[in-house]
Design a protein around this ligand. Structure first.
Ligand SMILES: Nc1ncnc2c1ncn2[C@@H]1O[C@H](COP(=O)(O)OP(=O)(O)OP(=O)(O)O)[C@@H](O)[C@H]1O
Length: 649
């Protein structure tokens, strides 16, 4: 019997690469409570300081980047400034209407009353429209913001040039929770808060400059100085109350993500839960997650009470402050030379100007609760961008992808060149693995549960990092699929029957590329012709219903239809025939041979040995053995496998 044995020795663990390997602390799965404690301890992740400002301005720079092809956010922003200014002018004019009515009414001026009434109706309608327009354009701004940020995150998360970013983020980064919640919900909340704040304060700088100048010319430097000091005091005191809120908002969204995820799982696993009478268990689990969420929501409203009280008092105090500003020159005697009837006019104008300036500052301070929410969402979105960029930079993959042309297609192989790798928790799974998968020589991978069979496929596809060595694999120069992976639980996409077969093709011309007749012939090939009756048309789209429409065995057959459509060079079959009857299994391996698809099969099923040329045994302790399979000596090979694996089972 021709086999190689690679017992694991102390040198294997002691070799330089493993010795120098930094323990990957971040990859070991971390319990939810520890993630929560880490977030609580590491509050500066979600703080209201320079880190917040850095993240916030980085997000703004993405929004307003001139190279941004996604939208006209700059135009919308300018439009928002213009309509807000126009709205302010209209509000000002509406404010002057009552005094004009007093004048015509006191003077019993009917000729003056009629045009004033007409004018007032027009102005009031315009003011109403102005307000609606500001909100409408604010809405457009929120949609644009969401569109740009979500697309930017999608581009990075599902980057086709670096295919495993989302996988590595989900599997190896324990420093970040619920990326789906961050992309779907936190970005939306961020956009909405930004819109509300912008609507309120977008024209504030222009108005503040204008009214500061006006107040200064009427009351000298003293009025604006007092108002600015008052504003700075308001800002500093509200900042103290905002800081803890930011972290609470961050934590609430963390629990919000977990709560949604749990609900999504109940939906996904409805059948096993129902068949296990698991309602009570699910109820208690959902409820405990919900309690955590409510706990943070309660803490937020408690803190907001203090913040609202501060900003509310600040606003009321502002109205009194304006009288202080007016009173000082009155009592100091600055207006002594002014006649009494003119003095009331001067006082009322001064009061209006300083009140307006204070009002503008008050509106800014009143945004504190929204700003604390915004800062919480900024932390979550900013952190996601940072982690994705970090994964992108950390691409230390030593693998070699070589392109081939059709002439050399028959000599293709996948080579494991002294590869060592561990599980994410650090358990060594394979050490110094040397193996060649040649085209035309089917390989079956066997071994006890947890020995690393699926992990070997992950390493082969470049998803898992290695501690040592490299994988040398071919990539096609002419769009041919080189490797297709079929898992035990087939992945059915949200889409049509044609989509199931052509996945992951992205093409509007699928109907032309894969005709109805071709779909029918592929379905016939995998004994699934009857499912044509279950769908309206080959292009009718279904969501989660695919799981209900097809049994697990039928799902595996559909996955094979996909494999036969793509006709790749290699197919990684990870227990992909576990739900099929033995005749269908035989038929599928024969079709693979006809189509020149070399299979790398992970299975515990020894009856599959007959379709393979080589067996690779993993013992889960780091070592492996290989043997050629001689069909005539199949009993010998079964004995050899049993004898080799027994000590490890
Ligand atoms: N994302 C992960 N995080 C942590 N550990 C993991 C992860 N994925 C796999 N492992 C661990 O790696 C080890 C090997 O897993 P793998 O799925 O490769 O085993 P297998 O040989 O395919 O098992 P089975 O025969 O049960 O399918 C297991 O101990 C598993 O718990």
């Amino acid at each position: 019997m021709d086999y190689e044995y690679h017992p694991i020795s102390i040198e294997d663990y002691d070799d330089e690469a493993i010795r120098n390997e930094e323990p990957r602390t971040s990859t070991k799965p971390v319990p939810l409570e520890i993630i929560e404690q880490n977030y609580i301890k590491n509050k500066n992740q979600s703080s209201f300081d320079r880190l917040f400002l850095r993240r916030f301005f980085r997000i703004l720079s993405r929004l307003f980047s001139p190279s941004n092809m996604e939208g006209n956010v700059i135009k919308i922003w300018l439009l928002l400034i213009c309509t807000s200014l126009l709205n302010e002018v209209l509000v000002y004019i509406v404010g002057t209407i009552p005094s004009r009515f007093y004048t015509v009414l006191v003077g019993k001026d009917f000729n003056g009353f009629k045009p004033l009434m007409f004018y007032s109706i027009v102005i009031v309608i315009c003011a109403g429209l102005g307000r609606s327009f500001v909100r409408f354009i604010g809405g457009l701004f929120a949609i644009s913001t969401r569109k740009i940020l979500t697309r930017s995150l999608h581009n990075k998360y599902l980057n086709s040039n670096n295919s495993s970013i989302f996988y590595r983020l989900l599997n190896f980064r324990t420093d970040i929770d619920n990326p789906d919640q961050r992309i779907a919900q936190d970005v939306e909340n961020f956009s909405e808060k930004l819109r509300l704040i912008c609507q309120e304060i977008i024209v504030a700088p222009i108005l503040i400059i204008y009214y500061t100048y006006k107040t200064w010319t009427l009351s000298g430097y003293f009025g604006p100085l007092v108002i600015y000091v008052y504003f700075i005091v308001g800002l500093i005191s509200s900042r103290f109350l905002i800081v803890p809120l930011v972290n609470l908002v961050f934590m609430k969204e963390f629990h919000e993500g977990n709560f949604r995820f749990l609900h999504a799982r109940v939906r996904q696993f409805a059948e096993p839960i129902a068949l296990s009478w698991g309602e009570k268990a699910e109820y208690y689990q959902l409820d405990s997650f919900f309690k955590n969420l409510l706990n943070y929501q309660r803490q937020i409203i408690d803190r907001e009470l203090a913040l609202e009280a501060l900003t509310g008092s600040f606003a009321y105090f502002g109205s009194i402050l304006s009288y202080l500003i007016i009173a000082i020159p009155v009592f100091v005697g600055d207006y002594d030379g002014i006649e009494k009837d003119k003095l009331s006019g001067v006082i009322s104008l001064n009061a209006f100007l300083s009140l307006y300036l204070i009002y503008r500052f008050t509106r800014i301070v009143e945004q504190s609760t929204k700003i604390s929410d915004l800062a919480g969402y900024t932390a979550r979105i900013g952190q996601l961008f940072e982690v994705i960029e970090d994964i992108n930079d950390d691409n230390d993959n030593a693998d070699v992808n070589y392109t081939f042309d059709d002439q050399h297609g028959e000599e293709l192989s996948i080579e494991f060149d002294h590869v060592s790798f561990t599980s994410p928790s650090g358990t060594p799974l394979l050490s110094d693995f040397k193996f060649l998968i040649e085209r035309g020589k089917n390989v079956i991978v066997m071994g006890p549960n947890g020995s690393g069979k699926t992990s070997l496929l992950r390493v082969m596809c470049g998803l898992w990092p290695k501690t040592r060595g490299r994988v040398v694999r071919p990539v096609s120069s002419n769009q041919q699929r080189v490797l297709v992976y079929l898992p035990q639980t087939s992945y059915l996409v949200f889409g049509s029957l044609r989509d199931q077969i052509t996945y992951p093709m992205v093409n509007d011309k699928k109907m032309e590329l894969v005709s109805d007749d071709e779909v029918r012939s592929l379905l016939a090939k995998v004994n699934l012709s009857h499912i044509e009756r279950k769908v309206e048309t080959f292009d009718s789209r279904y969501g989660a219903d695919w799981d209900k429409m097809l049994s697990p065995g039928e799902q595996q057959k559909l996955a094979f239809a996909r494999l036969f459509y793509w006709k790749p060079v290699f197919a990684a079959l990870d227990e992909a025939t576990s739900s099929l009857d033995s005749n269908t299994e035989k038929q599928f391996f024969e079709i693979c041979k006809e189509l020149n698809i070399t299979t790398i099969t992970v299975s515990h099923n020894k009856s599959l040995l007959q379709y393979h040329d080589k067996v690779l045994l993993l013992n889960g302790k780091g070592s492996y053995e290989t043997s050629d399979i001689d069909i005539n000596g199949s009993e010998n090979i079964v004995r050899w496998i049993d004898g080799t694996l027994r000590p490890f089972s």
